[in-house]
Every structure is written in C-alpha cells, then in structure tokens.
Design a protein around this ligand. Structure first.
Ligand code: ATP
Ligand code: MG
Length: 208
C-alpha cells in the first residue's frame, strides 16, 4: 500500500480526540496529506452499526458486540481505509482493532483468540503501520478529573471495573504487538503529549 495507516488507542477521556486534532493541524502545516476517520463508524453502514453499539436501551451479548464491531470494520476497511491508502494518503483512525481486542477480548472476557478470529479480515488485509496507545489509567482520565459529564453512550457508561479491564487489555496488547504499538504516557501539558506523539511517529517513519 502506498500510504501509511496510523491508529490512536486508549481508554475513554484520555485525550485521543484532542491529540488527533493537534496532529491534524501539524500535518496540514507541514503539507502532508492525511485522511482522518474513526471507529466504530467511517461509512454510512458502519455509522448505523455505531448507533446500535452505543444505544443504551439495548443489552448486547458480548459475542454479538464483537461481531458488530468487526462487521462495521470490514465496511470501513473496504470503503474508506484501503482506497485512501491506495491514493498514498496517511490514514489516521480514532480507535481501530486494538479497541476490539481490549474491550471485547479482555474487558468482556471473550479472549484474544475469539476476537482475533472474528477480525481475521482486518488482520489479513489491513493492519496499522503504527499504533499510538495513550497510556493512562481510566480512573484518572482527564475527563474524570474534570468531573464526569452525563453521557448516553452504552460503553462509556460501563462501570469503572470494565474500563480498568480495557486498560489492562491495552497494556497487554502493547506487549504482544510491541513492534507496532507505541505507548505514550500523556503529560499534563497537551502540547508536550503532542510533541511525544509526533516524535514517535517520525521515528517510525510514518510521518515527516
Ligand atoms: N493534557 C490534558 N490536560 C487536561 N485536560 C485534557 C488534556 N487532554 C485532553 N483533555 C480534556 O479531557 C477531555 C477528554 O479528552 P478527549 O475528548 O480528547 O478524550 P478521548 O480519549 O477522545 O475520549 P473518548 O474516548 O470519549 O472519545 C476533554 O475535555 C479534553 O479537553
Ligand atoms: Mg474521542
């Protein structure tokens, strides 16, 4: 593939979107063509599945949840990620496969094997060149420090135990996929976190 595929991962409220916005500005300023997207979502079908996944009125069985994420991902890969990579762009996704592995594999206890199997297509055709994991305990996330806002997101509203499970998951994944996943401990100063992310991505050769 001509382009580079970068994903940003981490627990809720640790500053992923904040850092993606800063990265977007950096890439624009330095004249690097990038396409930003997010999961679950990125295509009309995947956005429709997102609505189901985040709907608080639904009880979704873990295996069904894992399959819905994986299904949305196939649409995202074929319709958005691969076509943009083929055009030579840097594609950057707010969450991707590691969120499935951490949330459903670890926090929902389905196990890595099950979630990897369900996501075989992504593993076969579209793995990130580099993944930034914002390494921050969800108990102390920026959002929690600021006081929890009321959310109507089914996953965000899971109890702290669940989010802790996701964090353990991400930490384990960073060991399993150590060539791909770079851990960045965020600084209180978001400009410093941004500097660390840019440096890591440059060292990996996925941005200039
Ligand atoms: N370094 C920082 N210091 C203080 N607050 C921060 C910092 N970085 C981000 N925040 C704030 O923390 C909150 C959560 O950040 P953000 O929305 O970027 O997190 P997120 O990881 O994208 O969350 P989600 O998983 O829900 O999408 C926002 O209010 C943001 O302004
Ligand atoms: Mg966000």
């Amino acid at each position: 593939m001509k382009g580079k595929f970068i994903t940003l991962e981490g627990c809720e409220g640790v500053g992923k979107s904040t850092q993606l916005n800063m990265l977007k500005e950096y890439l624009e300023k330095t004249g690097q063509e990038a396409f930003f997207t997010r999961e679950p979502g990125g295509t009309p079908v995947a956005e429709a599945i997102r609505k189901i996944l985040l709907d608080q009125s639904l009880t979704i069985e873990p295996k069904v949840e894992a399959m819905l994420f994986a299904t949305a991902r196939i649409s995202h890969i074929d319709e958005v990620i691969i076509p943009n990579l083929e055009q030579g762009k840097i594609v950057i996704s707010d969450r991707y496969i590691d969120s499935s592995l951490a949330y459903q594999g670890f926090a929902r206890n389905l196990g890595l094997d099950f979630v990897q199997t369900v996501n075989k297509y992504a593993f076969d055709v579209c793995m990130p060149d580099c993944t930034i994991f914002i390494d921050m305990d969800p108990e102390f996330s920026w959002r929690r420090q600021k006081g929890n806002k009321i959310s109507n997101d089914r996953l965000e509203n899971e109890k702290l135990e669940f989010h802790k499970g996701c964090y353990i998951g991400f930490t384990e994944l960073a060991k399993v996929f150590k060539d791909r996943i770079i851990k960045i401990v965020p600084d209180i100063d978001k400009n410093e976190t941004h500097r660390r992310i840019v440096e890591a991505l440059k060292n990996k050769g996925v941005i200039k």
